[in-house]
Design a protein around this ligand. Structure first.
Ligand code: ZN
Length: 452
């Protein structure tokens, strides 16, 4: 007998939606897709009552901070937020202690996650000037990407143009993927000196004006052109930024540049800083409402390829400071990435198939895990998320499972929430509550990368 059967659902993928059901075998893989009338037998049988069943959602931008920063987040706490929020795979960013930029650092993250993570996870390796030579070995170790920063970090962690080109060349040579947060280092550093006397939270965004993103993206686009590397522009958040990406792709269809957009940039703007103060400060910062609108349009038009949460938790007492310069940038995102995106489909702004693409199949392909994730197909992992498209809830502090607790989405009513999350055939969350018997998330090695 099969492990799990969900029937009477409306199945949604990036390519189609139709009534039907899914059967998952004891190996945790999808055994069959069945038609609308079928009532397959299994150890656990769930009637979806016509609600929407998606392939498990994949969040390609998660700072789990484990090992090293338990006051901010751990796999144990952060993946409860993921499971309850409908995310079944998290791709972990390298700013752990030790950082995931060496074989030892990667092993430390894997060891921290296995046995404590409720969802499956991948590891993304950090790149600085010091470890460019290690790129081939790290790629062979199974990481899903390399991650680099052009601004907003200590100097030892930043790549200059020479470092960016050399890292991109090394990534291209091994057929890898590099994600880059742009911005412009000298603009930020000069602005931080100039704006130092300011104590209002609006100064945080002024120090990181939209022109910095444009300057950084210009370097990124030219690096992609010069090296043929596959480059993911992380957290694109301005109208100008998306216009640059679209122009570059149109001008040179062979260019391998993908763009990520975050829910906070397509749902929130500087007004959230007025309401939530330090809890709405992140890097890149929330922008003006016309940039927020541009991010939404980019998601609808595919100028933004996928949605990543940039889940970047900090303890409440680390965030709750009286001037912007003492506040670490970042907010939790795993709790809200799915409803913040699904709500746009519930209101008719984007099709349901676009939700399946932007939150599941596209990041799975770009980062080389589509052999297991992002598909409703026989042989893929039985990762499934049931969405009630009519369930409306207002985000409040009690709904944030991340250890960070406070979210700039507080007070926002969103329609369309996960009511069931399944990892490899086992129910891990139900009706917004943690329902796993034990943490059974595993590290996932990358397979083939597909940017076709
Ligand atoms: Zn990030």
């Amino acid at each position: 007998m099969a492990l799990l059967a969900i029937h009477n659902a409306r199945l949604v993928t990036e390519a189609w939606e139709r009534p039907g059901g899914i059967v998952v075998g004891h190996d945790g893989r999808i055994e069959a897709l069945v038609d609308a009338e079928a009532r397959p037998d299994a150890e656990t049988v769930i009637d979806a009552r016509g609600r929407l069943l998606f392939p498990g959602f994949v969040d390609a931008h998660v700072h789990m901070r484990d090992p090293g920063y338990p006051q901010k987040e751990t796999f144990a706490t952060g993946t409860v937020a993921a499971a309850c929020g409908g995310v079944t795979t998290v791709m972990c960013m390298p700013n752990t202690d030790p950082p995931a930029d060496s074989a030892e650092g990667i092993e430390a993250v894997r060891a921290a996650g296995e046995g404590t993570s409720l969802v499956d996870f991948t590891i993304q390796a950090g790149v600085t000037h010091d470890n460019i030579g290690d790129i081939p070995a790290l790629w062979d170790a199974g990481v899903t990407s390399f991650e680099a920063l052009l601004s907003d970090a200590p100097a030892s962690m930043l790549l200059d143009s020479d470092g960016l080109i050399r890292a991109a060349e090394a990534v291209a040579a091994c057929g890898g993927v590099i994600g880059v947060y742009t911005g412009d280092r000298s603009l930020v550093e000069a602005a931080l000196v100039r704006l130092a006397p300011r104590t209002d939270f609006a100064a945080f965004a002024e120090a990181r004006a939209p022109v910095g993103e444009a300057m950084g993206l210009a370097r990124l686009i030219e690096a992609a052109r010069a090296t043929k590397a596959r480059i993911v522009a992380r957290q694109v958040c301005t109208a100008r930024g998306f216009a640059m990406i679209e122009d570059a792709r149109r001008g040179d269809p062979s260019l391998s540049i993908a763009a990520e957009v975050t829910p906070h940039h397509f749902r929130l703007d500087t007004g959230a800083v007025d309401r939530h103060g330090p809890f709405a400060l992140m890097v890149p910062p929330l922008r003006a409402s016309d940039d927020r609108q541009a991010c939404r349009k980019a998601l609808a038009s595919n100028a933004a390829d996928f949605v990543g949460s940039d889940h970047a938790p900090h303890a409440a007492d680390e965030k709750d400071r009286s001037t912007p310069w003492q506040v670490p940038g970042g907010t939790p995102g795993l709790d809200t990435i799915v409803p913040a995106t699904v709500d746009l489909a519930a209101s008719g702004e984007i099709p349901w198939t676009r939700v399946a693409a932007a939150l599941s199949s596209v990041p799975a392909r770009l980062f080389g895990i589509a052999h297991r994730k992002g598909r409703l197909a026989v042989g893929a992992d039985g990762d499934l998320v049931l969405i009630d498209p009519e369930l409306a809830k207002t985000v409040d502090t009690g709904a944030i499972r991340s250890r960070a607790r406070r979210s700039p989405f507080e007070g926002m009513t969103l329609t369309g929430w996960p009511v069931l999350t399944v990892l490899r055939g086992r129910v891990i969350a139900k009706d917004g509550r943690h329902a796993a018997d034990e943490p059974c998330g595993r590290w996932l090695r990358r397979g083939a990368v597909d940017w076709s």
